[in-house]
Design a protein around this ligand. Structure first.
Ligand SMILES: O=C(O)CCC(=O)C(=O)O
Ligand SMILES: [Fe+2]
Length: 315
């Protein structure tokens, strides 16, 4: 007689099931809108071969979508390992900017220099360059535009962020902002529709801080989109904000005109670490950066603030 293994006593920390849309695939836009209106703001979706009518309607209504664990645990691990090795090389070689965009190094909870934001990550990782082009992301690409491409070397390229609450951290959080502000700097155009696609690497619960969004603010006027709050300086919670709870491998899509922020973790040290990655999809004229590209004006400003902060923290 075989003995059964003892049942595990630690329940797996699984996300609530993604919305089952099998019966909703044929809804017309009006019916999809009605269905999307009735969904909780915390709804998680499954990324399939097409963006469904309800997903489109939810994005139109709120300005964002959360897709359940689009990257596998192995892929999450592979990307994070690549980031560690890229970080080692950048530190060893003393690299301070990539394609004109400053790399921000803060201090980790062990007191060592630590990568907190870098652009153009996919240029330095073959695995990542392949991963972001995987067929599963096709519906996301087409959502942005039939002719949208991944801008490995455009704008800031694929951006990798690390947040931690520790002495010397440059980035425990990120104030309220709209990403379209950056586009104004890059294109010298007023912000139109644009979507940002983010991959999330950590399990983030309410007390871990994380992404906070203000649903519906993507449909505001251009003026409100730039000035509703003080870009990057306003940090206070908003009564209408929604927390985006994540599991490793989750994918988010958000409208660049929607206000959002990153709340600091209520924990400190390594327990407070959060990592995210944003992939730029570009439709306009191909304007790749080269290694000698000048630092964009908005980045010079940000970099000056960051340097000041690093100096202040290191006094
Ligand atoms: O870390 C995140 O999820 C958000 C980052 C962000 O909003 C940004 O870099 O513009
Ligand atoms: Fe943002």
């Amino acid at each position: 007689m075989t003995t059964q293994p003892a049942p595990t006593t630690v329940p797996e920390d699984l996300p609530p099931p993604a919305l089952d849309e099998r019966a909703l695939m044929e809804l017309d836009p009006a019916a999809a809108r009605e269905r999307a209106l009735a969904l909780p703001l915390s709804t998680r979706f499954r990324l399939g071969p097409e963006i469904t009518p309800v997903q489109q309607a939810f994005l139109d209504r709120t300005g964002y979508l959360v897709f359940d664990r689009v990257a596998s645990p192995d892929e999450v691990e592979h990307i994070l390992t690549d980031i560690d090795s890229i970080e080692r090389t950048l530190l060893d070689e003393g690299t301070k900017t990539l394609f004109g965009v400053p790399i921000w190094f803060g201090t980790n909870p062990d007191g060592e220099p630590w990568l907190q934001r870098m652009g153009f990550t996919s240029v330095l990782s073959e695995f990542l360059a392949g991963f972001v082009r995987h067929a599963r992301f096709e519906p996301v690409r087409r959502l942005i535009g039939e002719d949208a491409r991944i801008g490995d070397r455009e704008k800031d390229g694929v951006v990798f962020n690390r947040y931690v609450n520790a002495e010397g951290s440059l980035r425990p959080n990120l104030g309220w902002h709209t990403d379209s502000l950056r586009d104004v700097f890059y294109n010298r155009k007023m912000p139109g529709p644009m979507l940002n696609v983010g991959l999330h690497f950590d399990r983030i619960r309410e007390d871990d801080g994380g992404l906070r969004v203000l649903p519906g603010t993507h449909t505001q006027s251009v003026w409100r989109s730039l000035t509703r709050k003080i870009q990057f300086l306003s940090k206070a919670p908003d009564p209408n904000e929604v927390m985006v709870e994540t599991w490793p491998g989750d994918l988010t899509v958000h409208d660049g005109r929607m206000w959002h922020r990153v709340q600091a973790s209520s924990h400190s040290g390594w327990r407070s670490m959060r990592r995210s990655m944003y992939v730029p999809y570009v439709c306009d004229t191909y304007r790749p950066k080269d290694p000698n590209s000048p630092t964009p004006a908005y980045m010079r400003l940000f970099d000056a603030v960051m340097r000041l902060k690093a100096w202040w923290l290191g006094r």
